[in-house]
Design a protein around this ligand. Sequence first.
Ligand code: KIV
Length: 276
Amino acid sequence: MKKDITYLHTKKREQQPITVLTCYDYPTACLQNEAGIDIVFVGDSVGTNVLGYKSEVEVTMADMRHHLKAVRRGVTDAYLLVDMPYAADRDVKQAVTNANLFLADGADGVKLEGGIEKVPIVTALTEAGIETCAHIGHNPQIHGTKAATHGKTFAKAKHLIKAATALADAGAKLIVLEKITEEVSHIITDTLNIPTIGIGAGRFCDGQVLVINDILGIGPPFKHAKRYQDYNHLTFEAICRYREEVANGTFPTDANTSHIPPDKLVRVRKWLESER
Ligand code: KIV
């Protein structure tokens, strides 16, 4: 069953948690789709997690489109969300043009970072019929890699709640709450009628998103995430064993090998002889 925005809003109303993971490639997309993840999300974290960039701001539209198209090929049921990379939503015209490129590549919706200042962009995208996911709290494109927790003071809590409400009123269909105190995220979740998707935002959001690398154990551990696998260790071990077996001649074996029938081999050898 194709999961659309109505399905995701119904999940909020029925208090069923929405599951979201970042995804950057086709095989992982197939697995996430098969596992029943609700939103497969091509985040601009592809830059630091896959492309070896120092920060999200290096990620381009071309990078995002390349990975989006790979993920699209693996997703049949999940809602496919894609991140606007840095400056791709600099103004209304550019935002709508770039979002339409993503839709043409097969995205169901686009996510953009920023608070109340992004209301005109969300309004324009909504008017253009594009489903938009807002993203407040820690915004890597704006705040850099140092992720401080947001919403610890009265003023900051009020600012976040106002931003979330304004973005939802502008037409945002979903909102990511990143590194926001659990209490403020809870208030935002109860206040809005669109689903909140938390990352480091506590237990009371309508859904949770994590970076796929973090659940697999690729790269450093983070307090907000949980490792379900030790991919680094497993991959390194496999690479070392392969290198060792090639070096000491135990791979490949006859089981990995194909043969020419003996009579044909005799003919090849005879022909070779005659050519000398
Ligand atoms: O790009 C990304 O991975 C994100 C998540 C942290 C929500 O924006």
